[in-house]
Design a protein around this ligand. Sequence first.
Ligand code: NI
Length: 636
Amino acid sequence: MRDARFLPLTADEITVAANIVRAAVPRPDSIRFAALYSHEPDKRALRDGIAPNREARALLVDRSDGTSWDMVVDLDTKSVVRSEKVLEGASPVLTEEFMTIGARIKEDPRYQAALAKRGITDLTLVQIDPWAISNVPEVDTSDGRLCSSVSYVRHFEDDNGYAHPIEGVVAIADLTTGEVVEVFDYGVTPMNESCANYLPEFNQPLRTDIAPLTITQPDGPGFTVNGHEITWQRWRMNAFLLPIEGLILQGVEFRDGEEWRSVMHRGGLSEMVVPYGEVAPNHLWRCAFDAGEFGVGKLANSLTLGCDCLGEIVYMDAVIASEIGEPHVIHNAICIHEEDDGILWKHTDWVTDKVEVRRSRRLVVSSISTIGNYEYGFFWYFYLDGTIQFEAKLTGIMQTKSIGADALDEPGTRIGPNLVATIHQHHFSFRLDMEVDGWRNRVYENDVYAPPVGPGNEHGNAIRVRKTLAETENTIDGMVNPQAARNWTVVSSERTNEWGTPTGYKLLPGWANSVLFAQSPSHVAARAGFAKQNVWVTPYDPSQMRAAGDFPNQNRNQLGLPVWVREDRAVADTDLVLWYNLGVTHIPRAEDWPVMPVERAGFMLVPVNFFDRNPTMDVPPSEPVGCHAPGETSCH
Ligand code: NI
């Protein structure tokens, strides 16, 4: 569904919304906006011809007492629709809290004493990384805003602190008062002293044999950007950044002849969880809900030409509310460009020796967020043949652990003289609100199998597909199964192609599908239940947007998908939502240090009988320009 009310707040709307919020709270000066974003209208109301007012939702923190508030305001009537104290969790950690708590921890005598025991007396260059509190077993998280923290030494300002982790010291601080609640000292382990740095001056000599590679599009790029809308080839969609979820695509449609056909109403990240598998007491609680605890969109990079993206680039800015409720522009937050994609199709007629070949290309819509030590790239690709692909790019610096030099049985991976990188997972939950040829859809879980030899399969060669219709939320297995070539199709309940087959798209999982390894009694096993299964199907419910609930921060209860599906609601022939958990298990490599070469993981949404035939038959042969061997001017 395409409607301006699904688009993010404008700068003016952020100002209006923040003013309504401040006028409604008892202490406007101490209110901070952990997130402020458009409160999307209920699709069902729009379908019924009701025109809802424009609304904004604010996840608030009162800095004077640390309470969290969830508020929805009406921008048309300038009034408060709903205002609730958050009881089941807390608003995300504020950047203001994150950036200031380290200085307070350094002032604490217990912290200073713990570092002195390790020979560290100058705290100037000590780097303190705050972490969300929820998994620390010794701490009661039900009251107040708290953080945990781990510390590193930088030998000089640009040093990579992660090469020098201070083991055994965990400071717990109150984010509201700045008070250090507790300093745990689990014992001294010698720190790795050798540096490992990714800056060019530490990695000389640099290669001199990389040939120039220039991407030129003399007529400009083949897409147009108008506000949030991108139009390219047969595709159109809206793209924007939201503070929690980051890059969102909305109203994704494919033009078939003169008709715009809907594919996906809204797609994007709904939550992320990164649990670590190391059992030492200063490691076992490490786990980040990067969306719900920190905000993937708030932490999006401003991208620069020639480095993050190559070629004829068009950027889209993002307007995000600052924590004091002012519009803040992240310049060049979304990168849009085209890429060559090799061969689209080819055939040589062996009788006539005639060759036909077409080149594929793709539209790339991407953003990158820095969340502490890690970078996450969110890359969506759109292809000429109707395929959509998502690719996560994981890079940045790994979590590390100093070990005793004789501790050769460490479960992590040795990356330095006295240093391991610890095993962990990255789970990305994607909420894919599919609308394949309209909003009435059904989902099948498809398994390929060999029927038993006997009547109908006398020679044992038969291959068949078993289609399991998702009647309710719990009908399908939802786990990847490569032995059965398992995939999931979302098909229209109303439309068939020319051959009578329901039009559809299939979710094709990539290689990274591990589910959550953490188990009870770990807090993360309860909190990240969504990551125990690869695929979920739920009916559309505008209050169910995030796989671990709206407030996973400081929350130890099971929330989100595993709780919602207990109702076992009907999902066939209705407005449904497909959820995919992309689970990357990262067993560190020496090659991932001191900074990780990009690791890719993703999934595809591929048209299946959506068209009547190959939809790229109208792609013309390429001009033989720009494809040539050295010394030649063309490929002929
Ligand atoms: Ni990793």
